[in-house]
Design a protein around this ligand. Structure first.
Ligand SMILES: Cc1cc2nc3c(=O)[nH]c(=O)nc-3n(C[C@H](O)[C@H](O)[C@H](O)COP(=O)(O)OP(=O)(O)OC[C@H]3O[C@@H](n4cnc5c(N)ncnc54)[C@H](O)[C@@H]3O)c2cc1C
Ligand code: FES
Length: 369
């Protein structure tokens, strides 16, 4: 494995790629919201557009294949944040790119597709996310399984692996409704034609004769037909929850060691709030840096309370995935109510950091945001 990459993953910092190529630049670190300008829009399908984004100032940009950006967009005078995986690949692409798929009735995806054009700007948090090639990556095979817009982080991983790991066999299984819904179609067909290590298996519910594909939904027989050997393999899954549960079921049935499987959900999940053991129905919550305080009911999330005080907290996924709502408990006790591992490191948790969207108060609280 590329040494710079291995070191970057193990120190959690990502691969440094300097976006601005001007001579002797002064690069700023990207720590908080920074402005990105749209320099290109690529229509991938009727419902998906790739937005190529360039920082408006000289910025040191580090990321790993699989990570995402939290975009902050102003709609009707209000700021809304959503996470979008980078489909660009570090050390290969000079610009950052995300691909947004339209969600029926969705606020931000529709706005980006309909109102965000070349020359327009938005703010974004630095790349983040733990859905990346693992620190001890040494497998001979990688299996990428995606459905719908879940293809975006896979594209970054596949392109990075082709460029840097020529000995790794990449098996990429992707499900979509129809060939016309296949995001990155031309690039994927070109990668298949040019790189013997890359095996792409498009699975469409509606058959097309445009290129080699499989019809129907992924099922055990088709899985076995496409993936004949799971030894020395790392598996990455991204798509709707039921799709990923299906793939996980296939892996378990084949005695696959699940510690070598990794998944990311794009869809906010409803966090299940169990009834608090304590009978006290509310606690005091204060944020001294803004001189703000309020009451928080035992069943509310800390994010609910911070938003009710109209504090500038960013919450892109509202389900404990993206880390954008990270804040610090300086006094009192908070409880994590998410059943997912989440993006906070062990060290951050020990320092008192929590995710506001997936925590509730267990006592009166003082916070820093
Ligand atoms: C880590 C991460 C990475 C992501 N990467 C991408 C990406 O690369 N490309 C991309 O297009 N999206 C991606 N998403 C999803 C994206 O963040 C938004 O959730 C999505 O664009 C919908 O936002 P919206 O404002 O349009 O919909 P909202 O107004 O938030 O929601 C409208 C309705 O749609 C439902 N909904 C929300 N998200 C989805 C979804 N993804 N699929 C189906 N229904 C949904 C909601 O439950 C709600 O009922 C990612 C999400 C996460 C957490
Ligand atoms: S909003 Fe994404 S982790 Fe809280």
């Amino acid at each position: 494995m590329n040494e710079a990459y291995a070191a970057a993953i193990s120190n959690g910092k990502g691969v440094k790629q300097e976006i601005d190529m001007t001579p002797s630049p002064q690069y700023d670190n990207w720590q908080d919201l920074e402005t990105l300008c749209c320099v290109e829009r690529r229509q991938e399908t009727d419902n998906a557009v790739t937005l190529v984004l360039k920082p408006t100032k000289s910025l040191a940009v580090s990321y790993l294949p699989g990570q995402f950006l939290v975009l902050n967009v102003p709609i009707n005078g209000q700021s809304h944040s959503r996470a979008y995986s980078l489909c660009s690949a570090p050390q290969i692409d000079h610009e950052l790119a995300v691909t947004v798929k339209r969600v029926d009735g969705g606020l931000v995806s529709n706005w980006l597709l309909d109102h965000f054009h070349v020359g327009d700007e938005l703010a974004a948090l630095p790349p983040a996310g733990a859905f990346v090639l693992p620190t001890d990556y040494s497998a001979k095979n990688i299996l990428l399984c995606s459905a719908g817009s879940g293809i975006t982080p896979m594209m970054s991983m596949a392109r990075w692996l082709i460029a840097h790991q020529p000995d790794v066999n990449i098996h990429f299984m992707h499900s979509a409704r129809h060939a016309d819904d296949l995001i990155f179609k031309d690039a994927l067909l070109a990668m298949t034609a040019q790189h013997a290590q890359f095996h792409f298996y498009p699975i469409f519910r509606n058959l097309t004769d445009a290129f080699t594909c499989y019809q129907g939904r992924i099922n055990p027989a088709l899985f076995d037909q496409l993936i004949t050997d799971l030894t020395d393999t790392q598996v990455f899954m991204c798509g709707p929850e039921d799709y990923m549960e299906t793939i996980e079921g296939f892996l378990r049935d084949r005695q696959f060691p699940m510690e070598f499987s990794h998944k990311e959900s794009f869809t906010p999940s409803a966090l299940t709030m169990s009834t608090p053991a304590d009978t006290q129905t509310s606690f005091a919550i204060s944020v001294p840096q803004f001189g703000a305080d309020t009451e928080i009911a035992a069943h509310q999330t800390i994010l609910d309370a911070l938003e009710s005080m109209q504090l500038p907290i960013i919450a892109a996924c509202r389900s404990g995935i993206c880390g954008s709502c990270k804040c610090k408990v300086t006094k009192g006790q908070a409880e994590n109510i998410s059943d997912m591992p989440g993006p906070l490191t062990e060290e951050e948790q020990q320092e008192g950091f929590i995710l506001a969207c997936s925590s509730r108060a267990n006592s009166d609280l003082e916070l820093e945001i």
